[in-house]
Design a protein around this ligand. Sequence first.
Ligand code: SAM
Length: 222
Amino acid sequence: NQSTVWGNVDQYITERLHQQDKVLDQVLQTNQKEGLPAFDVSPTQGKFLNILVQIQGAKRILEIGTLGGYSTIWMARALPPEGKLVTLELDPHHAKVARDNLTLANVQDMVELRVGDALEQLGQMKDEGVEPFDFIFIDADKPNNPSYLKWALQFSRRGTIIIGDNVIRDGEVVNDNNQDARVKGVREFYDLLAEEPRITATAIQTVGSKGYDGFVIGVVVC
Ligand code: SAM
């Protein structure tokens, strides 16, 4: 079956192109043991994010949706020593597990984990006068994707990269009868991107150990 092939190919890729990584293996084991949903990005997607951060030369990253910090660690590792990553998480248990994982990965000093509803956190960050980010990864509750995109633009400068995860959803994104709030949120996300002159974007479909999905990638142009 297709998904087995996709999983096997992901394994082939990681065995050949990824270093053995006891920390990240441990993080995934801890997340499972602590009952976190397995919604983290796959190893190849994590490394892809890491490489994108390097290409961008990003010094400041915003992540919306931490879970256990798996993607956070991949991205933080690509930052220079003075770099900073702000990550937002609603669930206190996810946040606690993430904090321990970030410490295990020794990136705790460059990561600010803010616990609470992301929309509230983003509002507070605006009041605090937080500086723009170079790289923004949107990966929280999909119904709020349109609002997260508006906030991402608020915290962007010309050249900021914005990534949105899970924007294909087994192809359900083209099913306009699908009433799932996540699918509807993603479709509104596309609509907003389409009419937003401040960003130019596309979406890449992906298959792998996490099934058939994909991500939006955009760059802020003004
Ligand atoms: N980026 C993570 C990774 O790849 O390792 C996965 C994030 S997971 C897909 C989504 C996370 O967003 C969950 O931990 C969930 O608790 C969190 N979340 C859901 N609604 C939220 C909200 N309103 N504000 C902040 N975080 C939220």
